[in-house]
Design a protein. Structure first.
Length: 131
C-alpha cells in the first residue's frame, strides 16, 4: 500500500500547517545544539494483516541532521494498546496494525543559520492474506 501524493483520501486528520513558527535569525544565534521533534498520530491504513515495508524520507539536513524512527501499536495480551519501538526500520514492527512517525531535527551552533527540513515521508506496507 501507498498513501501517495498529498496523503491520500483516507488519512485523518487532514493535513494542516503547523502552529509552530520561527522568525529567521540573522546569523546563527545558537550557543548549544537545538533538537526538536514531532510524534505523529497513529496511522492505521486498514486491512486484516499488515506488514510494514519501508519508508522514504525527503529531507534536507542543512547544517544539522534529520532522524526518522517508528513506533508501532498492536493489541497486547490484556487488550490494551502496546507500543513497539522506537525502531529505525519500519519492517521491524511485527504484528503492528498502526505506526507512528517520530521525526527529530537537530541544528548546532555555527556561522550560518541553515536548519534541517522535512518535505515528505513515504511509508509503504503490504496486506498479507490470512491463513
Amino acid at each position: 500500500g501507498d498513501v501517495g501524493e498529498g496523503g491520500g483520501v483516507s488519512v485523518h486528520p487532514a493535513e494542516r500547517p503547523s502552529d509552530l513558527t520561527f522568525e529567521t535569525p540573522e546569523g546563527n544565534p545558537l550557543a548549544w545544539p537545538l533538537r526538536v521533534g514531532v510524534l505523529s498520530a497513529p496511522f492505521r491504513p486498514g486491512g486484516d494483516e499488515l506488514r510494514w515495508r519501508s519508508a522514504l524520507i525527503g529531507a534536507r539536513p542543512g547544517t544539522g541532521r534529520v532522524e526518522l524512527r517508528f513506533l508501532g501499536e498492536r493489541p497486547g495480551p490484556d487488550g490494551r494498546i502496546e507500543t513497539v519501538g522506537p525502531v529505525e526500520d519500519a519492517s521491524l514492527l511485527d504484528r503492528c496494525d498502526a505506526v507512528r512517525l517520530w521525526i527529530e531535527l537537530e541544528i548546532g551552533p555555527g556561522p550560518r543559520w541553515d536548519p534541517p527540513m522535512v518535505d515528505f515521508v513515504d511509508l509503504r506496507w503490504i496486506e498479507e492474506e490470512g491463513p
